[in-house]
Design a binder for this molecule. Structure first.
Ligand code: ADP
Ligand code: MG
Length: 370
């Protein structure tokens, strides 16, 4: 059995390959010594080849977007482990780049700048932000605003730290009219966008992670590594197979380790979200970090699903629809999923019932009874 040890750092980003290496210590740099002014630059250290596990896969992980991302890649015979290590490093760097432009918590991010300019003239947008907003609008419309990235005008009033208290009813009522995805105005010509009303704010917390997973997966495929799983904080994209055999993906048990079941997947995304991941307690009730855009209040945990998993053609959609289904609640959420042929879902209700959409009942594999 190979021990899981973090290998030496691969780059300035602090990416780490998880492997069976025997030396987990970070590579120490030589102490700076007085050098002659014209000293030649040291050669860049070669990318270390990550270890290949017995089943032909390479596994790596990195802390990004405030969570843990992992890549599990099946190494085709035509490729080297070095090339895989380099592709993995690029994929992690891509996720970091997406966070840099799509995080509403970074004042200098492109999304924050767009929010700060709300009510003003249209601004040119990067291809990534344009795509993210375009796809956000499609999901917002399809879910009748259950998913709405403009929720952030009220969302920013809420803190989910322990001991936090809810904002006043007046503060919520004041911001609620600014929550409306129709106010995201995009123009394809010149790739421009703006928020219609001053004070509107965007938060991409329910879609950016899925988009980052898709981008990383695309990058791996572009480099010839078409068989892989990219996962980040519950958002998973599965590409190809593991040497011809289907990848199996488990659905996390909401109340402990292990899974409630598993699905064989290929070229599909599976995203799981549950209030248990982040919540806030007030007056004896628990509220999840998902906001109902109609009320401006977080979902009351007692009335919502314990966890929602959505299967979609890509992780961008799966992520956004997952949050929308959580807002809709188990019954209406499942009804919505059944109305969309490209979406499937597994919902765990408060009384621990497993609701499985009709397209999955045959494929869902339950764990053996204890
Ligand atoms: P996780 O972060 O566990 O993957 P989700 O994908 O459901 O969970 O995303 C929750 C995040 O989405 C929240 O932290 C917030 O940033 C954002 N969000 C909350 N409510 C909504 C909503 N109604 N529409 C769009 N985004 C939302
Ligand atoms: Mg999500």
């Amino acid at each position: 059995m190979s021990a899981r040890v973090i290998a030496p750092r691969l780059s300035a980003l602090g990416l780490a390959l998880l492997c069976g290496c025997s030396d987990p210590s970070p590579r120490s740099l030589p102490a700076p010594s007085p050098a002659p002014l014209a000293a030649p630059l040291p050669a860049a250290p070669p990318v270390q080849a990550p270890p290949v596990r017995r089943d032909g896969t390479i596994y790596a992980e990195s802390e990004l977007m405030g969570t843990r991302f992992s890549i599990n890649l099946w190494l085709p015979p035509s490729q080297t482990a070095e090339a895989a290590g380099a592709a993995i490093e690029l994929a992690f760097a891509e996720i970091d780049r997406i966070e840099g432009l799509a995080s509403e918590w970074r004042p200098d991010s492109e999304i924050s700048q767009l929010s700060a300019a709300a009510g003003g003239e249209p601004r040119p947008l990067s291809p990534d932000l344009y795509t993210l907003l375009q796809r956000s609008k499609v999901v917002a419309e399809a879910t009748d605003g259950a998913f709405d990235p403009t929720f952030h005008a009220v969302g920013q009033l809420w803190s989910f730290r322990p001991g936090a208290i809810p904002p006043s009813a007046e503060a919520i009522a004041d911001k609620l009219p600014l929550v409306d995805w129709r106010g995201i105005e995009l123009t394809a010509e010149g790739r421009r966008g703006r928020l219609r009303r001053a004070g509107m704010k965007l938060g991409l917390g329910a879609i950016a992670k899925g988009y980052a997973v898709d981008r990383a997966a695309q990058l791996l495929s572009d480099r010839g590594f078409t068989d892989h799983i990219v996962e980040g904080g519950g958002d998973t994209f599965v590409s190809g197979t593991k040497g011809g055999a289907a990848w199996m993906v488990g659905i996390q048990r909401p109340d402990g380790p292990g899974s409630v079941g598993a699905l064989p997947l290929r070229d599909r995304a599976l995203v799981t979200s549950g209030g248990y991941q982040r919540y806030f307690e007030h007056a004896g009730r628990r509220y999840s970090h998902i906001i109902d855009p109609r009320s401006g209040w977080p979902l009351d945990e007692a009335a919502s699903a314990l966890s929602v998993s959505v299967l979609a053609p890509d992780a961008t959609d799966a992520d956004a629809y997952c949050t929308a289904v959580a807002v809709m609640g188990p019954a209406r959420g499942m009804e919505f999923i059944e109305s969309r042929p490209e979406l499937e879902a597994v919902i765990i209700t408060q009384d621990r019932q497993l609701l499985i959409s009709s397209g999955l009942t045959e494929r869902f594999i339950r764990p053996p009874a204890p």
